[in-house]
Design a protein around this ligand. Structure first.
Ligand SMILES: Nc1nc2c(ncn2[C@@H]2O[C@H](COP(=O)(O)OP(=O)(O)OP(=O)(O)O)[C@@H](O)[C@H]2O)c(=O)[nH]1
Ligand SMILES: [Mg+2]
Length: 313
């Protein structure tokens, strides 16, 4: 398969993953634009409402239509298709304000994966490990979610599936000691990337945040040369709830990127736009399924295209 063909196939998969979101989003906007007679405040109100219905969040939706109103005026747009083109342009720009790439500059590069229970942390780690390995990197996983035995087993399965090594301990052991062992192993083996799985559920929120800070301190001490990514995993199907979780975690953790999972099967994919805008944190990956290859680096233009494109390719 040529590179172009491969790209096309990848895009098709993203597009099909986003199909439910596209239906709400595109159909909503389309029906407003079809019904419109002239460009007036009613039109902007209806468009704002259509964006909110697509889980874009009220304040982000209003920012988008404010910008749209300005551009429609300055470009003297009168045609519905042109309005749609401008809308797509604005959304793409809003998604493009951040650097979405992963910082893997350190030796090793450390990736902490955090988020509440069930959002898809362990699955994301498995996919990410496969992805990095395919790029020729050596990857080590740390099973620092010692809260449940099943959590460790699940990561072991992913390590096998992705063909990477794992450091683990018995259920109930101190997660920080797993991190310590993983740091030592990463150093000794000279691995490129260390990815740490963490528990989403501890006795309470303070406990969870304290545990995360403790792990971070150990990494800084043991691997002073490492670079650090802290990826917050959010389940897109929870919509505005994901937004609330992001706000909560960003108060205590230094989040460098967001992974939005379960984009497939939800109509709430518009949340990508409001999260990246309102929290000023880049969305770096999208989870669009449960298989190894179902993690996508976030590409703003591709995302906007998949959101607006109704035509079959
Ligand atoms: N459809 C779909 N399912 C996903 C995706 N990511 C994860 N899942 C599923 O969501 C469920 C929970 O995923 P986990 O990776 O176990 O979530 P977790 O955050 O590690 O959960 P805890 O360890 O309990 O905190 C599993 O059944 C996954 O297969 C995705 O992108 N799409
Ligand atoms: Mg897990």
């Amino acid at each position: 398969m040529g590179e172009k063909e491969e790209r096309k196939g990848i895009f098709r998969k993203l597009k099909s993953g986003l199909s439910k979101t596209r239906t709400v989003f595109s159909d909503g906007i389309e029906s407003v634009l079809k019904a419109f007679v002239r460009i007036d405040e009613d039109l902007f109100d209806d468009l704002t409402e259509a964006l909110i219905m697509a889980d874009i969040g009220a304040s982000t939706a209003m920012n988008i239509t404010d910008e749209l109103r300005d551009r429609v005026k300055s470009e003297r747009v009168t045609d519905g298709n042109e309005v749609k083109r401008l809308l797509r342009e604005i959304i793409t720009e809003k998604l493009s304000t951040h650097d979405t790439s992963l910082d893997l500059s350190g030796k090793p590069a450390v990736i902490m994966v955090i988020g509440v229970n069930g959002v898809g942390k362990t699955t994301t780690i498995g996919k990410l490990a496969a992805n990095l390995k395919a790029q020729g990197k050596t990857v080590l996983l740390a099973a620092a979610d010692t809260f449940r035995a099943a959590a460790v087993n699940q990561l072991v399965l992913w390590a096998e599936r992705s063909g990477v090594d794992i450091i683990k301990a018995a259920e109930g052991s101190d997660p920080s000691s797993v991190i310590f062992d993983a740091c030592t192993a990463a150093k000794n083996r000279g691995v490129d990337v260390l990815i740490c799985d963490t528990a989403g559920r501890l006795h309470n929120k303070k406990n969870l945040m304290d545990e995360l800070s403790k792990m971070n301190r150990i990494i800084s001490r043991e691997l002073p040369e490492s670079s650090r990514e802290t990826l917050l995993v959010l389940d897109a199907s929870t919509g505005q709830n994901a937004q609330i979780q992001a706000e909560m975690f960003s108060q205590t953790a230094d989040i460098t990127g967001i992974v939005l999972t379960k984009i497939d099967g939800t109509a709430k994919g518009g949340i990508v736009i409001s999260i990246s805008e309102s929290l000023d944190i880049p969305v770096k990956f999208l989870g669009i399924g449960e298989e190894k290859e179902d993690l996508r680096e976030f590409n703003p233009e591709e995302f906007a295209k998949a959101l607006f494109d109704n035509e079959e390719e």
